[in-house]
Design a protein. Structure first.
Length: 545
């Protein structure tokens, strides 16, 4: 009937592989660019013994894997294809004793894995979507990573408003607000090119040559409304002069400490501290995260000298801000920090001697990169990837790619009604409809917290598609426009059944010559191989040529 012969085999991967008998009604293998997993297969097996069936138990770790091979011979041509898929489960028909085995590409594993606790590891890679994806893939499947091509990438950096409540964090004007405790003296230092602030200024603590307890302190009294029950991030930059290690380093030399009390500061203090650099010319960025009790009233920031040497210890770039979900949001800023396309910085009152407000100019919030406990890896990645106009795909050979709307798989397929070649049409349909999601000229996507991404091609739009993503955090705008663009680039639905061509795959260019229709072209969305009839059914969204 097909003018070709097809041979199929299946094996449980192991040492050695174990052959699986296929029933006469062998099942199907499907590629679908609109779903995850991208590849799914249902195989009806012949009767097998319990030992072989036990090898397919999905409760094992690692998950069992199955290799499927297809070898075909056509007039003047041969084809072969291999599938490396993970086992999703099986059901055995008690009447026939034949199990139906379900296998899939590795996106399915990303649906298995959920974060046990809130995971903020993706923030480290936020300048590159590829880095974020590789972080998640490596967390779920050891060794898994994106292929080198395609190279599509996106900056998914998040932005948030913040206030630096250290009014004088870098001695830009003077040393006011800070008190010197212990021996030595305090001065303002200029020309501190090692500092992060744009004024190149710092606090200079001179040692006395004896005693190791000297420090400068910034105090907040009656500060329950400022700190009570809140999570804060503190940071500062320490720089030692050349001679500090000549003397003795005390227990707190070069330390940054944050102390708090539940009263006016006369009672007990609790403390978090960051150990200082104690070497000549040493430099360190100190960072502390502190969770304050509800009834916190007094908070002290202490920056230590702590050496017996008379040489100086410098401090600058002090920031205290409510902690963001982004653990990398710990850099210094003040009102003199240059505005950018992503942030604006404003002194709240006196320049150099007041709090600084940082306002985000890009609407992409940190919760989009927090992999929350209980969410699957695929649920976490999906909104980030789609907002960038990309898809995450794992093929039948375990190769991971990010694909944009223009991506085309290698090769091409041409199907003809009434033709005489192998790809002559056996059956099929052609449709244009307003009653499904094939076409729209506007789209509304609603995310968690009521945030909405929308895009309209015409004003007013004729048909608006709605997508509910209220379980997903806000990833920024973009997805709605990609939905509308794709719908208008491919607006007609075609399905066609022909002899199985094992070079055919989803995302591959396809052309159709159908009954009394214009020539049609597009990309294959879905192809289902029927292993019993040696046929394939191709589904595509196409446009008139």
């Amino acid at each position: 009937m097909t003018g070709s012969t097809h041979l199929y085999e299946a094996f449980v991967q192991g040492t050695p592989d174990v052959a699986l008998p296929l029933s006469e009604d062998a099942g199907t293998i499907t590629f679908d660019s609109t779903t995850a997993p991208y590849v799914q297969a249902s195989l009806r097996l012949g009767k097998i013994d319990s030992a072989t069936l036990e090898l397919l138990d999905t409760r094992q770790s690692p998950i069992p894997r199955v290799t499927i091979t297809a070898d075909a011979t056509y007039p003047g041509d041969t084809q072969a294809r291999t599938f490396d898929l993970n086992v999703r489960g099986w059901e055995r028909d008690q009447a026939t004793g034949e199990p139906m085995l379900r296998v899939a590409s590795d996106e399915a594993i990303l649906e298995d894995v959920r974060a046990l606790v809130d995971d903020n590891g993706a923030f480290t890679y936020q300048s590159s979507l590829r880095g974020v994806v590789n972080y998640v893939l490596g967390s779920c499947i050891p060794g898994a990573a994106l292929e080198a091509t395609p190279t599509d990438d996106a900056d998914v950096t998040t932005y948030s408003d913040s206030v630096n409540i250290v009014a004088n964090g870098a001695a830009i004007v003077d040393t006011s607000g800070w008190s010197l405790v212990g021996s030595g003296s305090l001065a303002r230092q200029t020309g501190a090119t090692w500092a992060a602030n744009s004024s190149d200024t710092a606090f200079r603590i001179y040692g006395s040559g004896s005693g190791t307890g000297g420090y400068i302190q910034l105090a907040y009294y009656d500060a329950a409304s400022l700190f009570g029950g809140k999570k804060f991030m503190f940071r500062a930059r320490q720089k030692n002069s050349a001679g500090v290690n000549v003397g003795v380093a005390g227990a707190s030399a070069g330390d940054m400490k944050v102390l708090w009390s539940l009263d006016d500061g006369t009672g007990s203090f609790y403390s978090d501290d960051s150990m200082g650099d104690r070497s000549a010319n040493g430099q360190k960025d100190h960072r502390l995260n502190v969770n304050f009790p509800e009834n916190t009233k007094t908070v002290l920031i202490r920056l230590y000298h702590g050496f017996t040497s008379a040489d100086s210890v410098f401090w600058s770039d002090v920031r205290a801000s409510e902690r963001s979900l982004d653990p990398t949001d710990d850099e210094y800023f003040d009102g003199n920090t240059s505005n950018t396309a992503t942030y604006e910085y404003i002194w709240q009152e006196l320049n150099g001697l007041s709090y600084t407000t940082r306002t985000a100019m890009v609407d992409r919030t940190p919760d989009s990169l927090l992999w929350e406990a209980g969410r699957t890896a695929l649920e976490f990645l999906r909104p980030i990837v789609q907002a960038a106009g990309l898809r995450l795909v794992c093929n039948e050979l375990r190769e991971w790619t990010l694909r944009n709307a223009d991506y085309e798989a290698a090769g091409s397929t041409a199907i003809e009604y009434g033709g005489t070649g192998l790809l002559r049409l056996y059956a099929g349909t052609e449709a244009i409809s307003r009653e499904d999601d094939v076409w729209c000229d506007a789209c509304v996507v609603r995310y968690k917290g009521g945030r909405v991404d929308w895009y309209a091609l015409t004003d007013p739009p004729s048909r608006v598609r709605y997508i509910d993503r209220t379980n997903d955090p806000w990833p920024g705008i973009g997805f709605a426009q990609h939905v509308v663009t794709r719908a208008n680039n491919q607006s007609r639905d075609v399905t066609a059944t022909v002899v199985a061509n094992w070079d055919t795959t989803a995302d591959q260019p396809v052309t159709f010559e159908l009954f009394e229709s214009p020539s049609l072209a597009g990309k294959i969305e879905r192809v289902e191989f029927n292993l019993s009839s040696d046929e394939m059914t191709v589904g595509a969204r196409v446009v008139e040529v």
